[in-house]
Design a protein around this ligand. Sequence first.
Ligand code: UDP
Length: 388
Amino acid sequence: VIVSVTSSTNNEFCSKDEKSCFEEHNKYSRELNDWSLKIKEQINTAINEYVPCKVENCSCHKSLIDEDLAPFKGGITKELFDRARAKATKYQIIDGKLYREEECHFPARCAGVEHYLVAIAAKMPNLELALNTRDWPQMNRAWGHPKAPVLSFSKTKDYYDIMYPAWSFWEGGPAISLYPTGIGRWDKHRISISKSAEKWSWEKKESKAFFRGSRTSDERDALVLLSRAEPDLVDAQYTKNQAWKSDMDTLYAPPASEVPFEEHCKYKYLFNYRGVAASFRFKHLFLCKSLVFHVGDQWLEFFYPSLKPWVHYIPISPRASQEDIKKLINFFKEHDDLANEIAHRGFQHIWDHLTDKDVKCYWRKLLKKYAKLVTYDVVKDNNLKLIY
Ligand code: UDP
């Protein structure tokens, strides 16, 4: 018997003489009640334990710098740097000026990073960096890679890579038809998406889960399949990306049109998934003041650890079945005030602690701490070109 997860009475499901149906339904209701209580307990505990950070000097994120640099606390030697350099683009800051090797795999990504490096270079000690602009990190201790100080935008705890704020805060983000030069300019998106959130206040939003994106990871399949089975509960569809060849790449359905971030604000529940590494969409979703469901906790960007599950967003396992996802959405449909509260807290956290100033501040603190660990004299490399 498939029983609805809403608090319906037995008579809606069983006729009078169906004793086993009553028993089964009662058992299901009890289990659902227990599960509901557990979710509420988890939320209460998380909120009670949560200590908000001060709104100053990227204070929310700076503990991550020490964590990422911990493997290098014995010093960054020339040998360690050379190992990292082989995996990445070489940059130097010498006498307050920024230099880069001619070759860059992704020029728009380098440009996005350089926007921040140029802004902070004047006050930096001389240093050199191995900066990886690929989608994925490089030095995986679980795969036996040796340690090396490669800077990457995203990683899991298995990697030695040191996280830096992604290029896409400024430019070089993935280009989709809506954003042909890359999703870019976080400072502008903060304004336009939060304006849309004003228009789509909580009461006006549709009580529906929403996701739009390409199939960069099959972890997204469960939600897309749930959407096909229950279109009134979920609208989750696959779009094309550059690798798209046939409907197979959109899970045997024609690709959906892309939807701008501002239009995500129409919906109460927004889903985030990893892609190849962390997906850039996560931070944008919070700006809608919708409730963010974040699937998986392995792939990080520098600001992820400051966001707390149940406090700012709803965590979901990547192994969650369609039924598990449905249960969780329905829970928040039935606890609308709670959903609204968490959505607001998530918005406020990103609004207060992920400004363009915070991004610059993180870069500054990261590079200052990095420079202190360097054990060799950084000598100007004449093969590099002056950026600014
Ligand atoms: N995107 C969007 N609207 C869409 C599809 C994608 O704004 O309809 C954005 C999405 O939020 C992400 C980027 O484009 O920041 C790439 O999304 P995709 O799902 O293709 O890959 P991901 O980077 O999430 O793995």
